[in-house]
Design a protein around this ligand. Structure first.
Ligand SMILES: C[S@@+](CC[C@H](N)C(=O)[O-])C[C@H]1O[C@@H](n2cnc3c(N)ncnc32)[C@H](O)[C@@H]1O
Length: 217
């Protein structure tokens, strides 16, 4: 059930990532929906996901770090009115996003489950922590801005770690074609359902990418 509200901003043009093919039956899509919907996340899934991204790590930056890659995230930060002193990127991968996150916050930390992803991080990477986003080594309310690009939504941990006026920045770089994808409605519904309170999203598109900035009402 959706208690929260969604404000849709005009779409912007942008270049597309180019990789095509339907992903509706992609295993990572299935895991995304299980995590955000039913809260399913067990040891087998941890091993499966970590192994997959460890194996993809050596070619991750070379195949994704193109000049337009961070346009959707930058647009979300700007038009979504995202401000704060402490930011954490969850599922940061090789920290390609740090190219637009660096310098915007007093403190920036990147977290990922895959040590191989962090080992292959770009030179601009912020301090990195290898940890599971289902059980974060962060104090309650410690984070002003949580950035999740193509990453699973663990709604209880997002809610626990975000400051009362904090922002969740959700980006799917290939929109609904992204394997790890949730619609803005699904993100708000997941947070509403787990926290029992209403969340508000501002959402838009840049080319094929979708983004949402989500806050408590
Ligand atoms: C599709 S990749 C996206 C990487 C990066 N955000 C990007 O857009 O280039 C998903 C990332 O989330 C990480 N991840 C998956 N489950 C995680 C978890 N439970 N905790 C932390 N990181 C996780 C993976 O290891 C992988 O690096």
């Amino acid at each position: 059930m959706l208690f929260g509200t969604i404000e849709v901003l005009p779409a912007r043009t942008g270049s597309d990532e180019g990789t095509r093919g339907t992903v509706v039956n992609h295993r990572m899509r299935e895991v995304t929906e299980l995590v955000a919907g039913e809260g399913t996340w067990d040891a087998g899934m941890v091993d499966e996901v970590r192994s997959l991204f460890d194996s993809l790590a050596p070619e991750w930056t070379a195949t994704r770090d193109h000049p337009d890659r961070n346009f959707p995230l930058a647009d979300a930060l700007n038009r979504g009115g995202v401000e704060g002193r402490t930011a954490v990127e969850l599922g940061a991968g090789t920290c390609i996003s740090s190219r637009v996150l660096n310098g915007r916050f007093e403190r920036l930390v990147a977290i990922d489950l895959s040590s191989e992803m962090l080992t292959h991080a770009v030179d601009a990477a912020p301090p990195m922590v290898c940890a599971d986003a289902s059980c974060l080594p962060l104090a309650d309310g410690a984070v002003d801005v949580l950035v999740l690009q193509n990453m699973f939504l663990f709604p209880a941990e997002v809610s626990r770690c975000l400051a009362a006026d904090g922002s969740l920045v959700w980006v799917n770089s290939r929109g609904s074609e992204t394997p790890i994808h949730l619609s803005t409605t699904a993100v708000v519904a997941s947070l509403d359902s787990v926290t029992g309170s209403a969340w508000h999203a501002v959402t838009s598109m840049v080319g094929e990418a979708t983004w949402a900035v989500v806050r408590r009402t």
